[in-house]
Write a protein that binds this ligand. Structure first.
Ligand code: NAI
Length: 637
């Protein structure tokens, strides 16, 4: 049969091994579109007619194996019928692949996610190539959907139910070594031997080692115990009314052995749910933010950070974690020491392997004299929030820096236009505004002052992307985007406390709305003094809430002082039970936040409404299932 393939190449070697190379036409990465799946079916048809000794599935892309299903096609599913069709297509095709009489092998190099991993799982063997970019996972849950093409059936059988549920419910990925260890990959080899290893494994005739007895028990008679445990875990993080997909995954695994086609009502409910639509929107927004980092080919190797305090210390550690050589300056070595200690804890948590931890630590150099300035590609000042101090510092930095290096400030509240007056090249200064805690917050605002050099702004965005954060360009206005929208929200929450509603009840109203943290706990975390100062700057002259003034007067500044609205002496907010939440409270609290976002969009502080939604989601944790504040309000009206 003549095969007319656009997205695959099919060859056969002299051993009779067929190699199907996936190389999606016109794209840098492979995503499983309908057209590409149809071609795979044709390939299987042709191999049925003349069976090979074995089939290797591999990628022709530098970027990786397969990034997942085609999200663009997924976004167009507007009826339940189309949703079922999509599930049916992949489920049947991968079942067919799993049932072919000849051995099959997925050669996985680079990312292998979602539908890509489901395809690999349908092969008899999975060979993982051990290199930095190789990662495998089923992240569908993060888009509000489930792995419907056999992942829920095959992954638990391969790695055991606990590990499989963990991957499916969190979306977390594993690297090649881990994949081998957990039984997801049959082997893990370095790139130079992968061709030979693939052929050997394919023709080895080896059968997979069975799951240990206990795992079979957990996936068999004890299934409901495992499922109930998983439900409890999920409930700690996501409410079913906000995020139905993880609960659906557990149900589908427990009751239908991972076959969503056996429960079409679940497909209908999940695939076209507002949550799935909004999470897909958020995914696209995230890609848009990453795009800001691609406008320049600037790359940083060396970073110099001045100020080893809360922010500077953690920014330096994060950059070292991401592979850069970092010099960290403060007034004395003693002031740098606590930052190094925190950095070590971060490296240990994130890198696990002693060699990698040591390498990261070696990349982070204490530099009290500021010798690193002359070699740095990016210089970030994160000293006290004080104009005179920053002036003196910036003035001394400029003549020592390399031409073309980025000069950035992490200021939260000072105007860049005021800070740069001391510079020879004032247009050079940009804001790179991180959020606290640096390691946790995905967004970084890149602040563009009036008449700033566009190349400097683009380079700053590229740097932010390079360290795996999401850059959002904003104009140099008080509070930029994120702090400016949080201020009226926290203020509204404290006004409600002034009215006699307990902090616990206010917080519960917003947790039920879908916020990651209640606004009163947020005030405690930020610090009541900071909230007071921000309120003065951002609340347009409105009087501070009584509850705030009283506490600040008593020196109750929140988490950092051990007492604020809550008692923090245990390290966590000691909360009493919340009262019943008055109807409409959440809407009342969120309204000023949304109105402020709209105003900032109208004022051009952020590029457009969709970017503002992205910024507020990734900068504040604003309930992602709503699609962002403006999208949420539009849905209300
Ligand atoms: P911090 O008070 O924890 O640390 C400031 C550090 O700068 C201190 O270790 C101090 O010794 C050092 N320092 C002061 N003057 C110096 C100089 N001339 N040379 C070298 N080191 C000097 O302050 P934090 O909270 O880290 O804030 C730093 C900057 O980051 C400020 O501009 C602040 O507005 C901004 N920021 C703070 C956030 C926060 O949550 N704390 C969030 C985002 C931005």
């Amino acid at each position: 049969m003549e095969l007319n393939l656009q997205h695959w190449r099919l060859t056969r070697d002299d051993q009779g091994i067929a190699v199907a190379t996936l190389d999606r036409a016109g794209e840098a990465t492979n995503a499983l579109s309908a057209a590409l799946m149809a071609e795979l079916a044709h390939i299987l048809d042709s191999l049925d007619k003349a069976p090979p000794t074995g089939l290797i599935l591999r990628s022709g892309k530098e970027a990786g194996f397969i990034a997942g299903a085609d999200i663009g096609e997924f976004s167009q599913l507007d009826t339940p019928e189309k949703g079922r069709e999509l599930v049916t297509r992949g489920w049947n095709l991968f079942n067919r692949l799993a049932a072919v009489p000849y051995p099959t092998l997925a050669l996985v190099r680079g990312h292998c996610l979602g539908g890509g991993l489901e395809l690999a799982l349908a092969c008899r063997y999975l060979l993982a190539v051990d290199e930095a970019g190789t990662k495998m996972g089923l992240p569908e849950v993060m888009l509000g959907i489930f792995p419907g093409w056999g992942g829920m059936l095959r992954l638990p059988k391969r790695v055991g139910p606990a590990a499989a549920l963990d991957m499916m419910l969190t979306g977390k990925t594993v690297d090649a070594k881990r994949a081998k260890k957990m039984g997801l990959a049959d082997d893990c080899v370095p790139p130079r031997v992968m061709e030979m290893a693939a052929r050997q494994l394919l023709l080895s005739g080896l059968s997979r080692r069975p799951l240990p007895f206990m795992q079979r028990l957990l996936g068999g008679p004890l299934k409901s115990v495992v499922a109930n445990g998983a439900r409890k875990q999920v409930a700690k993080k996501a409410r079913p009314e906000h995020y139905p997909a993880p609960y659906a995954i557990i149900d589908l695994w427990e009751k239908y052995d991972g076959n969503a086609l056996a429960a079409p009502e679940i497909i209908d409910r999940i695939i076209t749910s507002p949550t799935a639509r909004n999470l897909v929107r958020v995914f696209h927004l995230q890609e848009r933010l990453k795009g800001f980092g691609k406008a320049s080919d600037f790359t940083a190797k060396r970073v110099h950070v001045i100020g080893a305090g809360v922010m500077g210390g953690d920014i330096a550690a994060w950059c070292a974690l991401r592979g850069m050589t970092v010099t960290l300056q403060d007034q004395t070595l003693e002031r740098i020491a606590p930052a190094l200690k925190r950095a070590h804890a971060l490296f240990t948590k994130r890198l696990r392997e002693p060699l990698k931890i040591r390498d990261a630590f070696d990349r982070l150099l204490p530099d009290p004299n500021g010798d690193g300035v002359a070699h740095a590609d990016v210089v970030i000042e994160a000293i006290f929030e004080n104009v005179e101090a920053k002036h003196a510092l910036l003035k001394s930095l400029e003549p020592r820096m390399k031409a073309g290096a980025v000069l950035a400030t992490n200021t939260s509240s000072l105007k860049l236009e005021d800070l740069r007056t001391v510079l020879q090249q004032p247009q050079r200064l940009v804001g790179i505004h991180f959020f606290n805690p640096v390691a946790m917050m995905p967004l970084v605002e890149v602040v563009e002052a009036d008449l700033a050099d566009p190349a400097a702004v683009q380079a700053a965005c590229a740097f932010v992307k390079q360290i795996d954060k999401l850059p959002l360009p904003v104009k140099s206005e008080p509070g930029f985007l994120v702090n400016a929208v949080l201020a009226p929200y926290m203020l509204a929450a404290m006004r409600v406390v002034d009215e006699g509603i307990s902090p616990e009840t206010v917080d519960e109203a917003m947790l039920a709305f879908g916020m990651p943290m209640g606004p009163i706990e947020l005030v405690d975390t930020v610090g009541l003094d900071i909230a007071m100062a921000a309120g003065k700057q951002l609340a347009g002259g409105a009087e501070a809430p009584r509850c705030l003034i009283e506490r600040v007067e008593k020196g109750q500044l929140g988490k950092k002082s051990g007492q604020g609205f809550y008692d923090w002496s245990s390290g966590k907010a000691a909360k009493a039970a919340a009262g019943s939440v008055p109807a409409g409270l959440a809407e009342r609290l969120v309204a000023p936040l949304i109105s402020r976002v709209e105003k900032l969009v109208a004022d051009g502080v952020v590029g457009d409404a969709a970017l503002a939604d992205a910024g507020v989601i990734f900068g504040t944790g604003f309930a992602p299932f709503t699609g962002g504040p403006i999208h949420f309000r539009q849905g209300q009206t």
